[in-house]
Design a protein around this ligand. Structure first.
Ligand code: APR
Length: 243
């Protein structure tokens, strides 16, 4: 309880709090995480999201990608951890969220300043001419989506072998340079270059708060305050002392 109170106080007193989120924040919205017992990578082969493999096997990849992401995300709703971040933004305590997630749940919760480090599932992008389309214009269960130019469309999120969107990268670095407290929720910190962002924050003198029911790659290295709880429970507890 004392540690929670102290953590809440740090959040309240922060000058530039940013959140860094991963799949764990959406686990309680019934979106599977990537790693762990029921993780996506236990069910599907990660090469389905390898850009070269995708270009050569797009029908097969699209079938699985639709099951893995689009069918699930469509039906998902934010949980209290997402709404907690919305409330913190409303109070002008939280300045931005850098998310690795492509599930749109921070947007659905109402947050405005969201940096989607790994892209999004709202749009599709042509593998050749880079034209973008709204995903709603396609029936993904029926056909592999194609561009007007005839090439295959891919989801506008980052595949293995692709770069981080330049704009998101620049904005994230800017926020990392500004932040004095970073709140990490639900990420293992396994995937580069996203995984180095908390290290950059720490190097810049930021305090690191982490919420995760399991230890991550950050916990015993850079985390100053570790709340070993699921995101919804931790958010509800912190809320009592902040909002
Ligand atoms: N609340 C908070 N954290 C949770 C919860 C929960 N209810 N349930 C699980 N977690 C934690 C797990 O303990 C784990 O540390 O969420 C984390 C999920 O880790 P990953 O599945 O590795 O997800 P993430 O870190 O977001 O993955 C990074 O990997 O494959 C890529 O591009 C994909 O963006 C993704 C990246």
């Amino acid at each position: 309880m004392e540690q929670l109170k102290k953590t809440a106080e740090i959040i309240k007193q922060s000058k530039h709090l940013i959140a860094f989120t991963g799949a764990g924040i959406s686990a309680e919205s019934n979106i599977p995480t990537f790693r762990g017992k029921n993780g996506i990578w236990n069910k599907y082969n990660p090469k389905l999201l390898d850009i070269t493999y995708f270009k050569n096997n797009s029908d097969l990849c699209w079938k699985h990608i639709t099951d893995m992401f689009f069918s699930v995300i469509d039906k998902a709703y934010p949980n209290y951890a997402h709404y907690f971040l919305y409330e913190l933004e409303q109070q002008n305590i939280l300045k931005s969220i850098i998310t690795q997630n492509i599930d749109n749940l921070h947007q659905k919760a109402g947050n405005k300043n969201i940096i989607e480090f790994h892209g999004n599932t709202r749009e599709l992008i042509c593998t050749k001419c880079k034209k973008k389309y709204n995903v709603k214009d396609f029936d993904l269960l029926k056909e592999t989506p194609k561009c007007l130019c005839g090439s295959i469309l891919k989801p506008d999120f980052v595949f293995f072998g692709e770069n981080i969107p330049v704009d998101a990268y620049k904005k994230a670095i800017n926020e990392i340079n500004l932040c004095d407290v970073m709140l990490i929720i639900g990420t293992t910190g396994e995937i580069m270059p996203a995984s180095i962002l908390p290290y950059e924050a720490k190097n810049n003198g930021s305090l690191i708060i982490e919420i995760n029911p399991e230890e991550s790659n950050y916990t015993n290295k850079i985390t100053d305050y570790f709340i070993k709880q699921k995101a919804v429970i931790a958010s509800n507890k912190l809320k009592q002392f902040i909002l």
